[in-house]
Design a protein around this ligand. Structure first.
Ligand code: NAP
Ligand code: MG
Length: 519
């Protein structure tokens, strides 16, 4: 099976391309007409309706229902695992070409309707048009990339010859995987963890985030349309703490692929580590977690470029990215000049209802997030000085103004804890070396960036800035599938490097076969 070389899906240009703009506006209206529908659980292809409802709201219009869902029970979780286990018997032996074809067909469906999927994210999680577009493009990329990766993995690995033997190594699937994605890349991350699982020959119980079940369901439908057999992915919306724990602890669960907060990731890791009665394997846990990401701004740099990069990385999707810049660490000599440029830029960010065109920043995800972010802003007022923002902007939705807190100490709470909202702490460093030390002073290690024109300083940062994804003279968000394999160090997770050549190894196990010749 030959596929062309992998290429990233191009992003839409809403500001400059009227055609892109028109298509997105049409998709937004189409989705508006589809809001409020009811969705089922799907196990083994069967639609199941339960009494208890899970409701997905639009964070920009608190009372607008995006969709309602049947909520899974433990009985249904049990059934989903058993169904996935049964499907594994045939799917794991299905020719790789056929599994790859499902991903390629899924990518095509999403590409042909990409504005439609993006529009769902606008309503369900409050993404601006271009943030939603990038999420959809990344989902397409994951399908195309892992399809090609599976074909590469299938080719025999070169082994050292052993005289008198014929030996080879093959990558085979693991079994039933539990896929638990977050709401913040509700399409891309869900698609990545799910397609990596199934192209490798595993079967899946997919528990979507309770904040983004509709977009999850939409991608599940894409897989069905792409010819995925019933039971290969089972769609199981429900509460993380009840259904999630049951799935993770289950003795027939072979692995868990999780992306979300540090707290939940560590809890899953602990629960999965404990063998259950009847369990005959060590469960594998792929856990990608939080971040407290820094951009270092040196004195020897173009401050305009640095201020652009920090603004975009701190406030894109309201700062709700694991890769978001939540600390700018600025060398003393240019500190005041940088703050001026930053303030100017942040104050031009347009906050509003993201279904409208031209909005830069929408709402934060839900009431809980709004409260926790506003609490951090209050803390920030004690720990530093509000340069701009610091308030909610409308009570129709969960809107918070882009907020910059300056003069924050390196060990302050604002400088150490993941806030996951539009709040940037600015920290002053006496020189570049101290800035790098501060950059490494959290328990996380996901992304980071450095702006400097000095070659030695760039080399030093490359050597000592301890993060999974380091960017030099560019912002710390916007990793590209294939180009920037993504995953963090320390409490940011297991460094799985999604969208990279090592990723499918996490979803497979290698079997070595050596045969005596002429026996
Ligand atoms: P979260 O609260 O940890 O939730 C993530 C998922 O875990 C949701 O589907 C949630 O379901 C589920 N869950 C909750 N409790 C569970 C349990 N006891 N057992 C099993 N599953 C459980 O995180 P989030 O708010 O969705 O996402 C934001 C976080 O994700 C941030 O910390 C961010 O940094 C991180 N993130 C990391 C990366 C990365 O690549 N490193 C990428 C994106 C996001 P419910 O919705 O039903 O609670
Ligand atoms: Mg919602």
């Amino acid at each position: 099976m030959g596929l062309s070389d992998f290429k990233n899906e191009p992003l839409s240009q809403f500001k400059t391309n009227p055609e892109h703009q028109r298509k997105m506006a049409e998709a937004v209206e189409k989705v508006r007409g589809e809001l409020g529908r009811d969705y089922d659980i799907v196990i083994g292809g069967e639609r199941i309706h339960t009494g208890d409802r899970l409701i997905s709201y639009n964070p920009a219009e608190k009372n607008q229902v995006v969709g309602t869902f049947s909520k899974a029970t433990r009985e249904l979780a049990e059934r989903a695992i058993r169904t996935a286990e049964e499907a594994f018997k045939t799917w794991s032996r299905t020719p790789i070409e056929r599994r790859v074809q499902v991903l390629v067909d899924a990518a095509r469906t999403v590409r042909e309707n990409k504005y439609y999927y993006s529009a769902w994210m606008v309503f369900e999680v409050g993404k601006s048009w271009s943030e939603a577009d990038a999420d959809t493009a990344e989902a397409i990329d994951f399908c195309e990339y892992y399809a090609r990766e599976m074909l590469r993995l299938e080719r025999p690995a070169p082994l050292a010859p052993v005289p008198g033997e014929k030996n080879y190594l093959r990558y085979i699937p693991l079994g039933v995987g539990i896929v638990i994605p977050p709401w913040n890349f509700p399409m891309a991350i869900l698609t990545g963890m799910t397609t990596a699982s199934i192209v490798s020959g595993n079967t899946v119980v997919l528990k979507p985030s309770s904040d983004s079940p509709v977009i999850a369901y939409k991608f599940f439908e894409v897989l069905e349309q792409a010819g995925m057999p019933p039971g290969v992915v089972n769609f199981l919306p429900g509460s993380g703490s009840t259904v999630g724990d049951y799935l993770v602890a289950h003795p027939r669960t072979r692995y868990v692929a999780f992306t979300g907060s540090k707290e939940v990731g560590l809890h899953i890791n602990e629960l999965a580590a404990k063998p259950q009665r009847g369990q005959i394997w060590v469960k594998r846990v792929v856990a990608e977690m939080g971040g407290k990401d820094s951009i270092v701004v040196d004195s020897e740099t173009d401050l305009d470029l640095a201020a652009d990069g920090v603004t975009s990385a701190a406030f894109g999707f309201q700062g709700q990215k694991c890769s978001a810049c939540s600390r700018a660490i600025v060398v003393e000599k240019v500190y005041d000049a940088f703050l001026d440029k930053l303030k100017q830029r942040v104050e031009t960010i347009k906050v509003g209802v993201p279904a409208d065109p031209g909005i830069d920043m929408g709402p934060v995800i839900n009431a809980g997030a709004e409260k926790s972010i506003m609490d951090y802003i209050e803390t920030g007022k004690q720990e530093g000085r509000v340069l701009t923002g610091g308030r909610t902007t409308s009570s129709a939705g969960h809107f918070i103004a882009p907020t910059v807190i300056a003069d924050v100490a390196p060990k302050a709470r604002l400088a150490q804890e993941e806030i996951f909202g539009p709040v940037l702490a600015v920290i002053k460093a006496k020189d570049f070396d101290e800035a790098l030390e501060i950059a490494n002073n959290t328990e996380y290690g996901l992304t980071g960036a450095v702006y400097t024109k000095n070659r030695q300083k760039l080399d030093k940062a490359a050597e000592t800035f301890h993060v999974g994804n380091l960017y030099l003279n560019r912002k710390c968000t916007g990793a590209m599938v294939g180009g920037h394999p993504f995953g963090g160090f320390n409490m940011s997770g297991t460094d799985s490097k999604a969208g990279g050549p090592d990723y499918l190894l996490l979803f497979t196990q290698a079997k070595t076969v050596a045969e005596k010749i002429g026996a």
